[in-house]
Design a protein around this ligand. Sequence first.
Ligand code: PMP
Ligand code: GLN
Length: 379
Amino acid sequence: IETKLPKVGTTIFSVMSHLAVQHRAVNLGQGFPDFEPPQPLRDALSRAMANGLNQYAPGIGTAALREQIALKTGRLYGYEVSADSEVTVTSGATEALFAAIAAVVRAGDEVIVFDPAYDSYEPAIDLQGARAVHIPLTVPSFSIDWQRVRDAITPKTRMILINSPHNPSGAVLSAADLDELAAIVRDTSIVVLSDEVYEHIVYDGAAHQSVLRHPELAARSIVVSSFGKTYHCTGWKVGYAVAPAKLSAEFRKVHQYLTFCTFHPAQAAFAEFLASTPEHYLELPAFYEVKRDRFRKLLAPSRLKLLDVPGGYFQLVDYSAIRDEDDIAFCEWLVKEGGVAAIPLTPFYDKAPGTRLVRLCFAKSDATMDAAAERLCKL
Ligand code: PMP
Ligand code: GLN
């Protein structure tokens, strides 16, 4: 058959995790915590299964979980949403991103994405017969040059996809960035898709600038988050999308035929945990800031140059003092010879700029960090 996705191979996350196992490397590549979700959350999941919540959930998500998401959104971002018409529970943020793109983007449309861009965006755009328009972020701050965005808008621009805190750089958008975006999309029919899966992981006392804090943008946005990131359970695959009722209605048309519904027991567990323990997500910045600072201290004696990390759980490092080769070659060498798996940035780019940067995940226990740092400091 003729491939619909000629540019797509196996995702770099699977490739690097496989190599990590093969070479017994410390896996700082694919982003996932190597510690457990909170015990009460795991207990709630077991209880939900024991109590018979083992059949289909309501397609849009359980009322209890949607209610908790709406409460959180109001509390954190001052934005009141209707749990009935504006919140949809999805099978991870990956599904939400795909459903949002499929619901809004038509054949021939253009979608603006910022490179380096998370790798699931472009295939979802391509499958609609649409085109991703790539705008590189300005290195090393990984900030958006809004003039370039203005210049890239055409009558075909249907969507702008933003991601803050940003994967892989950890860069965060400011309130001023959101004002710039609002001014650009004003008087257009452009929909904003905002990937905020690291919304609770922002450092140094900064507040996450959710699109939901910006009423004008919120009125035309689909905002996506992931419980996998917030509750250290990436394998449960539960996320959600918040969007105005009309957009949510379109989103739900796709969601109902993509998965129909999401894993029911986990929805009950999250609803219970969110209601009983809101402090968990409030304490997440401090929790990860300790990890970030510990990891950076461990790597200080190495020959890696550390970039700033304002958010998320990834550390970008410049390896040019160690080897003069592209990032994919470096990651292959590092996993085989250095015993550490990392993620190169090239797969996140349409046109890779040839920077000597790779991504290391620090959502790890002290023992994993120590083992990785010992190896990285020998390079
Ligand atoms: N967007 C970004 C920026 C991510 O980093 C991830 C997960 N690594 C996702 C979306 C997907 O989230 P989920 O695992 O909930 O599907
Ligand atoms: N989002 C994770 C990362 O950036 C990986 C998720 C996946 O493997 N698809 O590492």
